[in-house]
Design a protein around this ligand. Structure first.
Ligand SMILES: Nc1ncnc2c1ncn2[C@@H]1O[C@H](COP(=O)(O)OP(=O)(O)OP(=O)(O)O)[C@@H](O)[C@H]1O
Ligand SMILES: [Mg+2]
Length: 317
């Protein structure tokens, strides 16, 4: 296989907080190929955004490495960092908070270009027209301000801005969760069309497993900073190995009436990501937890390409 676009090796991002250290991302490894979409799921606070932000160097890693096209970019600075950042962009959940309210949208979209490339005013205008067209924003809106747009168009501006530098990799951090359901599908379709045209890879953070089924090639399930299961995006719906993934999936309304899934209710408290104990972090809520779960867990390849971090996965499946 050709060289991965992104390789994340044992990545850690810890935050010093009152009372100890928050292990927000704790030893995550993954590989993303050109044009691929990896879905990242898991409940609020499990470290999805921190993972995305640390990969693209919006935050400094505490430990581990990130390779972009084979080059270690974990600690590059200056020109090298600038070059790496141009290839890795992010689309936020709420484009409103990431857009300058006083900047007209055509300027907002080409702002990254203005700093990275020395383009004339005319070329910037041409580029803004091209990008607006690409994401389906009417040209009459070029001088509008973010607050004059609806949520869907505002997110299209965020997408156009992320595309301005022609990146190879985009972190999509819940890009549709803040939108009306009717608009969500349009924006998802746009992201898929753009990927087909331009071939960039996505790390797609979402709470919504049906979105993963629709757009992702592979899926990584996180629980309190760690990866508990990883496999093909379709595979996860056929063979679910980790008890936490089972609980997540059971909360999705089933479309398969012959095989309705029993809703699994999680009891017990959410373990804190601050100074976690060495054992399985899900154990406190896991219906299958036993003494052996208090030992550190290893991510094991249960089947080709299907990884799980649970010492009891064979017995319980
Ligand atoms: N800058 C920071 N300083 C201290 N702690 C942080 C910081 N950013 C995130 N955290 C903590 O790191 C953990 C992971 O946060 P993160 O935002 O990555 O989770 P998430 O999975 O994206 O959650 P959500 O689904 O709510 O967006 C949480 O415990 C959070 O409180
Ligand atoms: Mg988040």
């Amino acid at each position: 296989m050709d060289q991965p676009l992104i390789e994340v090796k044992n990545l850690k991002k810890y935050f010093s907080v009152r009372g100890g250290t928050n292990h927000a991302v704790d030893d995550i490894s993954l590989t993303i190929h050109k044009g691929e979409t990896i879905g990242i799921v898991g409940e609020s606070g499990c470290g999805k955004s921190t993972l995305g932000r640390t990969i693209i160097r919006l935050q400094e890693a505490t430990d581990g490495q990130v390779f972009l096209e084979g080059k270690d970019i974990t600690h590059v600075e200056g020109r090298e960092l600038k070059k790496a950042r141009e290839k890795m962009q992010i689309i936020f959940q709420d484009p409103y908070s990431s857009l300058n309210p006083r900047m007209a949208i055509a300027s907002a979209i080409t702002e990254p270009l203005k700093y990275a490339r020395k383009l004339s005013k005319t070329s910037l205008k041409v580029e803004s027209e091209r990008l607006m067209d690409l994401v389906g924003i009417e040209d009459r809106l070029r001088d509008a301000y973010p607050n004059e747009l609806d949520g869907g168009r505002r997110q299209r501006v965020g997408i156009a801005r992320a595309l301005a530098l022609n990146p190879a990799f985009i972190v999509c951090d819940e890009p549709v969760s803040a939108l009306d359901v009717s608009i969500q599908a349009q924006v998802l379709n746009l992201l898929m069309d753009l990927q087909e045209q331009m071939g960039m890879a996505y790390l797609f953070v979402t709470h919504d497993l049906s979105v993963v089924r629709l757009i992702a090639d592979s899926i990584c399930v996180m629980y309190l900073g760690q990866m508990v299961e990883k496999c093909g995006a379709k595979e996860i719906f056929r063979t679910t190995l980790h008890p936490y993934t089972k609980a997540l999936l059971s909360a999705v309304p089933s479309t398969d009436l012959d095989h309705p899934m029993k809703r699994i209710k999680l009891n017990g408290e959410l373990t804190s990501p601050i100074n976690p104990k060495p054992g399985c972090r899900f154990a406190a809520r896991c219906p299958y937890a036993m003494e052996q779960c208090m030992e550190p867990q290893v991510l094991e390849e249960a089947m080709p390409g299907h990884f799980v971090s649970c010492c009891r996965y064979k017995e319980i499946n």
